[in-house]
Design a protein around this ligand. Structure first.
Ligand code: HEM
Length: 184
C-alpha cells in the first residue's frame, strides 16, 4: 500500500485528546474523546467510532513564488512545544468542482487570499493537507494543524478570516475538532 495514505481514527484511545468538536457547516461527526493517526500501510485493528482517510498529494494552486515563501518559513509537524492541534475535515460543493482550474485558483487566491493570509501565521502554525475527494470519503479534504498554546488565539483569528472569504462560500460540510497532545 502507498505510504502517503493516512487514517484518522476517532474513538476512545489515541495520542490526541479531543477538547472540542464543533460542526461548522452540514452534517456532524459522531462525538469521540480521542484521535489516532496512522499510516494506512501500518494500521492496527484497535476499535474506533469513525475513520477518515486522506492522502498527501501534489500542490494544485500554489505558484512558484508562493511555494518559495512557504518553504522558506514553514515548520514541520511534531514540534515538542506544539501541544495543540486541529483536525478540520471539509467538503466543497458541486458548484466548486464544476469550475475550471483557473476559476478555482482565482477564487482561492485572487479573491480570498488564502495563501497570503495563511503565510502571516507561519511558522507558528504547522500544517498538512490531506486529499480525499478522489478516494470517495465523506469529505474532500482533511486539514491538520499543530501549534503551541500561546498561538491558540492566532489560530482562531486565522480560521475566522478564512471562513469569511469567497472560497468558504463553497464549503458545504465542515467539522472543527480541537485537540491536545496526550503525554503517555
Ligand atoms: C496556517 C496557515 C495556512 C497556510 C499557509 C495555508 C496554505 C495553503 C495553500 C498554499 C494551499 C494550496 C495547496 C495547493 O496548491 O494545492 C492550501 C489549501 C487548502 N487549505 Fe490552507 N493554509 C493555511 C491554513 C488553512 C486553514 C486554517 C484551513 C481550514 C480551516 C485551510 C484549509 C485548506 C483547504 C481545504 C485547502 C484545499 C483547497 C482546495 O484544494 O480546494 N488552510 N492552503
Amino acid at each position: 500500500m502507498a505510504n502517503n495514505i493516512y487514517n484518522f481514527h476517532g474513538g476512545s484511545t489515541g495520542h490526541w485528546e479531543v477538547i472540542k468538536m464543533q460542526t461548522v457547516t452540514g452534517e456532524p461527526l459522531q462525538p469521540v474523546t480521542h484521535l489516532r493517526i496512522h499510516p494506512a500501510s501500518s494500521d492496527t485493528t484497535e476499535e474506533h467510532v469513525w475513520t477518515l482517510t486522506g492522502l498527501i498529494s501534489n500542490l494544485r494552486y500554489t505558484e512558484k513564488q508562493e511555494k518559495e515563501s512557504l518553504v522558506g518559513i514553514q515548520e514541520d509537524l511534531g514540534r515538542a512545544h506544539a501541544t495543540c492541534a486541529a483536525l478540520i475535515p471539509l467538503r466543497k460543493s458541486e458548484a466548486w468542482w464544476l469550475l475550471a482550474q483557473d476559476e478555482r485558483r482565482n477564487i482561492f487566491e485572487k479573491q480570498s487570499e488564502h495563501t497570503q493570509t495563511g503565510l502571516k501565521y507561519l511558522p507558528a502554525i504547522a500544517r498538512k493537507l490531506y486529499h480525499c475527494r478522489d478516494i470517495g470519503g465523506p469529505f474532500d479534504f482533511l486539514t491538520w494543524f499543530e501549534y503551541a498554546p500561546a498561538h491558540a488565539h492566532a489560530f482562531e483569528e486565522l480560521v475566522a478570516r478564512l471562513r469569511s472569504t469567497e472560497e468558504w462560500s463553497y464549503v458545504d460540510r465542515e467539522v472543527d475538532i480541537r485537540l491536545s497532545r496526550v503525554f503517555l
